[in-house]
Structures are given as structure tokens and as C-alpha cells.
Write a protein that binds this ligand. Structure first.
Ligand SMILES: [Zn+2]
Length: 121
């Protein structure tokens, strides 16, 4: 049976999540200690509740933000809201999601958002 698009994206998001956690663990001794203290052997098994705690604040900010985006995308998959632009409600093209599985904005809204950010600097 062929994998559905959402199933494919879920698998990729879970892989991405594990990669991010591994990269944090590689850099961050405190994070490793926390994982060890929780008795977690496989980083893929880390529950989001465990890491969205205050410990997150201490983590590498860039990685933490990516992780949040991935978590949000996984939640949206569960709620059947995946692939819908947060801003305008249009469907995000599959090729964009394949490139960035945790994208929440369509290309148009994303470029508007980035434009706004640049102006507000
Ligand atoms: Zn949009």
C-alpha cells in the first residue's frame, strides 16, 4: 500500500524531531543529563511534555524553536489541520511541505511576514 502524504509527513517530522533532539543532546550536557535522569534510551521516545517544560528555555534557542515548530506540525497532523496556512487558511502546496515539513504558512504569507519583520527592525 502506498503511504499517504500525511503519513509520509508524520514520519518525516518524527525523524526531524529525533534529529533535533540528538543535536541538542550532542551539544548540551544538561540536556543529556536530563534525558539520562528520565531513563530515556531512545530520543525518539521523548514525550513533548517532558521537553516543553522550563528546561526548554535553557536549551539552544534555535534548536528549541525548530523543535517547537515540529511539535506544532505533529499536533496539526493529529487535529487534521496539517498543511493549511495559519494566516490565510489556504492549502500549503505539497512540494512546499516536502521541502519544509513544519511549514505553517503558505509562500505568500511567509514572504509578507518576513517583509514585516524586516521593516520592524
Ligand atoms: Zn497563507
Amino acid at each position: 500500500m502506498e503511504e499517504t502524504f500525511n503519513a509520509e509527513m508524520e514520519r518525516r517530522l518524527l525523524e526531524l524531531r529525533k534529529e533535533i533532539l540528538e543535536s541538542i543532546a550532542a551539544e548540551d550536557e544538561d540536556f543529556r543529563a536530563m534525558i539520562n535522569a528520565m531513563g530515556i534510551k531512545d530520543l525518539g521516545d521523548v514525550a513533548s511534555d517532558d521537553i516543553t517544560s522550563k528546561k526548554m528555555e535553557a536549551l539552544n534557542l534555535h534548536a528549541a524553536n525548530r523543535l517547537k515548530s515540529v511539535e506544532a506540525a505533529l499536533t496539526r497532523l493529529k487535529n487534521d489541520r496539517y498543511g493549511v496556512c495559519l494566516q490565510c487558511g489556504k492549502k500549503i502546496p505539497e512540494e512546499r511541505l516536502r521541502a519544509i515539513p513544519y511549514a505553517v504558512l503558505c509562500v505568500e504569507c511567509k514572504s509578507i511576514e518576513e517583509g514585516t519583520k524586516r521593516r520592524s527592525w
